[in-house]
Design a protein around this ligand. Sequence first.
Ligand code: SF4
Ligand code: SF4
Length: 195
Amino acid sequence: MGIPGSGLAKGLAVTLRTMTRRSHTAQYPDAQPELPPRTRGVIGLFEENCTVCMLCARECPDWCIYIDSHKETVPPAAPGGRERSRNVLDRFAIDFALCMYCGICIEVCPFDALFWSPEFEYAEEDIRDLTHERDKLREWMWTVPAPSALDPAAEEPKEIGAARKAAEKLAAAEAKAAEEAKNAGANDGTNGAAS
Ligand code: SF4
Ligand code: SF4
C-alpha cells in the first residue's frame, strides 16, 4: 500500500507540469486552423469533364453519389455519317452526411471531373441539406487549389513532347520552303541576266 495522499501529490504534480506548457487548444472559429493545401474538405465537380460514365457512383463504398442522365442523339459529324448518342447529365449529387471522404470517386474518375477542395465549413442544421446538388458541387470548384508544380526532374508529359516535335517539324518545313523560294528567285535573276 502506498503512502496516503501520494496519489493526490502525483495528480497535483501533473497539473503543475502541464499548467506551464503552451496550450494546443485552438479557439476555432476565431482562430482558423492551418490546414495542408490538399486537405479533404469537400468534393468539387467540374461538370464539363463529366461523361456520365457512372464509375464514381459504382465505386463509392457508401453509395452516396446520385447521378441521373438521359441519352441524346447527336447528328453525324460529316454528311452521310451515322448518328451518335451521348449521355446528358440531369442530376449529380453527393450526400456528405454519408460520405466517408475516402477519395475513391476522385481516384477512379477517368475524366478529371472530381476534385478535393479544402473547404470544410458547410455544417447544416438539417441533415438533408448535406446533400449537395450539381450547382453547389460546381461552386466548390472555385475553392480547389491549383495543381502543384511538376517535379523538375520528372519526365516530360507525352503531350508536350508530341506538341514540341510537331512544332519543330512545321518550323523545319517552313524554313525549307523559304530556302527553296529564295533559291528559285536567285536562279530566275541569273537566267534573266544571261538572256
Ligand atoms: S469520397 Fe468516398 S464515400 Fe465520399 S463520395 Fe467519394 S467514394 Fe463516396
Ligand atoms: S467517374 Fe467522373 S466522368 Fe464518370 S460519372 Fe463520375 S464524375 Fe462523371
